[in-house]
Design a protein around this ligand. Structure first.
Ligand code: SDX
Length: 431
């Protein structure tokens, strides 16, 4: 690249391309006119080398292992903020002052209830339903009670929808859990903080007053912050894709939840704990054997919670969680054997050339499930917790997309490699 231009040579032709400058991180090469000018498209399965947008929300430096939200270090916001404070930062571009935070917190508290009809919605599911299926369905369902706020081009309607989604997600999540547990739904309480209210709806029973352990509330606050946003990951990109057709915010977020559910993405936190539990229950399985299986191309086994498309260094969130896991388990007085297995697996993997050459490190999902478990959540709720955390990040990215004048409906091209043309054969003449 020279003088702000890149040059693409196609056959004997030079094709100059503009540069898309970045404040930090990778500079871009603008190929937006390549097909019109040259009749060719780029090929990048999984979009590992392709930026689909400019964004000012979150920067991830995979080589350095850095994560910043609107320029603030994840370590600083995780240590010093409430989750709603970080949600405000993501949605409104900077940290709130005391008055702004109080107003924002009150606004969110005002919308925590679900319409009473929604109880029949939850009742319609089998108790065995995975809570992620309920979460995405209920997210679409509640939009039917607020259709006047569904216009994506009306900024005030979008703000109303954003507040309702953030306020109601813990209620939906808790009621999905209560449904699976066969327990009565617990209504939100606006005298509690966001995280305390969620814990109350999750674990309270009508037969006795529930005391919220401040250590558990504090731990969950940090966990939600660590999941709040992470650039153009699979689920956030999905939210942007769906919103680019001008689908409403609820529908776009519900789509993101379904992308998050996959075990290669947010579903990994549940897969990690299930993997560790299998190790614990199988006397023949140890770290060395697990690493051997993970390296064997003919073995479908993967070391869940390891590896990342962007981080080629330790995920800063995993670093925080690893230390946090020790603290939380000690504080709640739980001696979880899965933590020792996880520590042993990590050490063995990080010492192995296969993992070193591919720069495979623990990611956010490797330790988070162990902490969620210590806080009393069942494994099938772990990805739901990830979704509650990621919700402000999804909304912030959707808003940035819908407000960006450069936004067009997302519609990638393909390289067609199928049959070019075949003569039609009536069914009576087909062999
Ligand atoms: C999240 O994008 C985000 O920001 C996501 C996230 C967020 O906050 O939104 O950070 C949250 O989704 C974290 C990732 C959770 N998923 C897992 O833990 C599942 C296990 N990890 C992998 O499946 C994988 O590492 C991915 C999906 C995370 C990344 O996949 P990539 O970038 O497509 O990498 P790849 O599959 O092409 O792997 C590159 C090489 C391969 O070996 P070779 O073909 O070069 O020989 O590394 C190997 C892979 O076989 N590899 C692994 C491995 N991960 C990659 N080998 C064993 N165990 C693993 N976990």
């Amino acid at each position: 690249m020279t003088d702000g231009k890149a040059n693409l040579r196609i056959g004997d032709d030079d094709y100059p391309l503009d540069i898309v400058p970045a404040e930090t991180g990778n500079t871009g090469i603008d190929i937006s006119k390549l097909r019109a000018d040259k009749g060719v498209v780029t090929f990048d399965p999984g979009f590992a080398n392709t930026a689909g947008t400019r964004s000012s929300i979150t920067h991830v430096d995979g080589e350095q292992g850095l994560l910043r939200h609107r320029g603030y270090r994840i370590e600083d916001v995780a240590e010093n903020c409430t989750f709603l404070e970080v949600a405000y930062l993501l949605l409104f571009d900077d940290l709130p002052n005391q008055k702004q935070l109080e107003e924002w917190t009150q606004t969110v508290k005002h919308h925590t209830l679900l319409s009473e009809e929604m109880k029949r919605f939850f009742d319609a599911f089998p108790r065995s339903a995975h809570p992620m299926a309920i979460l995405s369905s209920a997210t679409n369902a509640i939009s039917t009670f607020y259709e006047k706020y569904n216009d994506p081009r009306d900024p005030e309607a979008v703000s109303e929808s954003a507040r309702r989604l953030i306020a109601k997600m813990p209620t939906i999540a808790a009621w999905a859990y209560k449904k699976s547990a066969g327990q009565p739904y617990i209504y939100p309480r606006n005298d509690l903080s966001y995280v305390e209210n969620f814990l109350h709806m999750m674990f309270a029973l009508p037969v006795a007053e529930m005391k919220i352990d401040p250590v558990i509330a504090r731990a969950l606050n940090v966990l939600l912050i660590l999941h709040a946003d992470h650039g153009q990951n699979c689920s956030t990109a999905t939210v942007r894709f769906v919103g680019s057709s001008q689908a409403n915010l609820f529908a776009s977020v519900a789509a993101g939840m379904n992308a998050l559910w996959g075990p290669l993405h947010g579903g990994a936190n549940q897969a990690v704990v299930e993997m560790l539990q299998r190790f614990h229950d199988d006397p023949d399985m140890d770290a060395d054997r697990a690493i051997r299986r993970a390296k064997d191309r003919d073995d479908e086994f993967r070391l869940m919670g390891f590896g990342h498309r962007v981080y080629k260094n330790y995920d800063p969130r995993a670093r925080i969680l690893k230390k946090f896991a020790d603290d939380v388990l000690t504080t709640v007085g739980l001696d979880d054997p899965l933590l020792a297995i996880a520590n042993d697996l990590e050490k063995t993997a990080l010492d192995d050339p296969f993992f070193q050459e591919r720069k495979l490190y623990p990611n956010v999902d490797f330790y988070s499930g162990i902490i969620f478990r210590a806080l009393g959540f069942p494994a099938r709720m772990f990805t739901v917790l990830f979704a509650i955390g990621r919700l402000p990040g999804w909304i912030a990215n959707w808003k940035e997309m819908i407000e960006d004048p450069a936004t067009r409906i997302a519609r990638p091209r393909q390289i067609y490699v199928g049959e070019v043309e075949r003569q039609f054969v009536p069914i009576t003449e087909r062999p």
